[in-house]
Design a protein around this ligand. Structure first.
Ligand code: ADP
Ligand code: MG
Length: 458
């Protein structure tokens, strides 16, 4: 009963939002006949009276439905619309004679739709603030507060997985909760281009222009994508100018600063720089630990209270430094495994089951470092590594360094040769083979190799 009332109230709110989003006429024709059956596991099941209505709504309004449902308190990422012969809130079996059409799910990337769906997890509440992202976070907050436009455009940039998309969605959620009437359009630059090309092909460029110019807030993610695409750049530039002239907020993200995006017209670069440009820096240890703690807390609920030893999070924050998405993936894998095995997450388990991730985020060793360490170890001069001396006491350590360079780096033999004073690749191959041979018979040498490897890896 409680759930039914809840579903009804969510649907009531969502209908109000949808009336605003799609307009009175569309609402009466298409939305009013629908009913919400349930919203569960991120999916809203919607009943329609006919196939025709179901298909039409799917194609034209699925995105607005997702966003209306989300702002009404149902955390869903897609809707499934099908013909249901039952009252929405009191489910009964469907008569066998009338099979329901396969519901075409409206995925966030559905190309028919003006924007992409917002991820309900990407909110300000779920964003961990640290030194590397404090400025970007503060700017995003300020823009989300709305009011008189302060930073326009807001340009966020930074490497992969540092939280650009998360912050943009958070702004959209926040804006929408403060002002449900605001028309917020979020999409990737790729989707922008797709829509533009499609409008050109279907000779609907006027519709395209008026759609984009009618929004209050435009967010374009990964704008580096339109570099080199001339027609799309041009249209983007005009849309951009039209919105700024009307005092509408624009938020852009890219993987690098505007000035560093190749094949982007200068006038667009300078337009992008005319507001506030902020970057997300690579994460530091504290931020990674903070994010892990938060994600562990969130995961715990989803995986039946799996326990995690405190040193595991510290270990991960130390060892996985590349990007937050990889960090999240590692944690999810640990929770899934621990809950399957019915065990606690320990350091041993983490080392075991994350071996591949840990290896790929290992520090990369350079040929120069190898030469330095080996020279130090055998007490010879670094210049002798590269020089021509053939004395055994020098030639042997040189070969050992060649062997380690082949083993520990991804350099090819000719590349290694170049770093050993321009030696030929056959010389390097000879050295590598020699050390391989000796290693089997000379236990002192084998020990030296292990030690050097460990030193270089730490
Ligand atoms: P980008 O768009 O910069 O490539 P995303 O915004 O997609 O990166 O972030 C990648 C993942 O890392 C997302 O799941 C996001 O929620 C998470 N993430 C990144 N930064 C943070 C942060 N500061 N706090 C919480 N989660 C974060
Ligand atoms: Mg992104």
């Amino acid at each position: 009963m409680g759930r039914d009332r809840m579903t009804n109230s969510v649907w009531g709110d969502a209908r109000k939002k949808l009336r605003e989003l799609v307009g009175e006429h569309n609402f009466i024709t298409w939305i009013a006949p629908l009913g919400l059956i349930e919203a569960k596991g991120g999916v809203a099941r919607i009943a329609a009276p006919t196939n025709f209505i179901a298909n039409w709504v799917n194609r034209n309004f699925a995105d607005q439905m997702v966003s209306a449902l989300n702002t009404s308190g149902a955390a869903v990422s897609r809707v499934e619309i099908s013909v249901e012969m039952r009252q929405p809130t009191s489910p009964q079996p469907r008569p066998a004679a009338e099979p329901a059409p396969r519901a075409a799910a409206a995925s966030p990337r559905d190309e028919d739709l003006p924007g992409a769906a917002l991820d309900p997890r990407y909110t300000f509440d779920n964003f961990v603030v640290g030194k590397p992202n404090a400025l970007a976070h503060a700017a995003a907050r300020r823009v989300a507060e709305g009011g008189s436009v302060t930073f326009n455009p807001l340009f966020l940039y930074g490497g992969v997985g540092l939280g650009k998309t998360h912050l943009m969605h958070a702004i959209a959620w926040d804006l929408q909760s403060r002002n449900p009437e605001a028309r917020v359009l979020y999409l990737s630059a790729e989707q922008f281009m797709y829509r533009f090309v499609q409008a050109l092909r279907e000779k609907q460029i006027m519709d395209f222009k008026s759609l984009f110019r009618s929004v209050d807030i435009l967010m374009v993610d990964d704008v580096q994508f339109i570099a080199g695409k001339d027609g799309t750049q041009e249209e983007f530039f005009h849309t951009f100018n039209a919105l700024v002239d009307q005092g509408k907020q624009i938020i852009i993200s890219a993987d690098r600063a505007p000035g560093e995006i190749k094949d982007l017209e200068d006038r667009i670069k300078s337009r992008l720089q005319s507001g506030l440009v902020v970057d997300l820096h690579p994460t530091d240890y504290e931020l990674r630990l903070g994010i892990l703690q938060q994600k562990a807390e969130m995961n715990r609920g989803n995986y039946g209270n799996v326990a995690i030893a405190p040193d595991v999070l510290e270990f991960l924050a130390h060892r996985i430094t590349t990007n937050v998405r990889v960090l999240e993936g590692a944690l999810t894998r640990l929770f899934a495994l621990a809950s399957l095995l019915g065990r606690e997450i320990t350091l041993d388990m983490a080392q075991d089951c994350l071996a591949d991730i840990l290896r790929s985020s290992e520090r990369k060793v350079t040929v120069e470092e190898i030469q330095r360490k080996v020279a130090e170890h055998y007490n010879i001069r670094l210049s002798d590594m590269i020089g021509p001396k053939r004395l055994r006491t020098i030639a042997r350590p040189r070969q050992i360094a060649m062997y380690l360079a082949k083993q520990m780096t991804t350099r090819s033999l000719p590349e290694i040769g170049r770093r050993f004073g321009g030696r030929d690749h056959t010389t390097i191959l000879h050295g590598v083979r020699k050390v391989e041979e000796l290693r089997a018979s000379d236990s002192q040498l084998a020990e030296d190799l292990d030690l050097l490897k460990r030193l270089l890896e730490s």
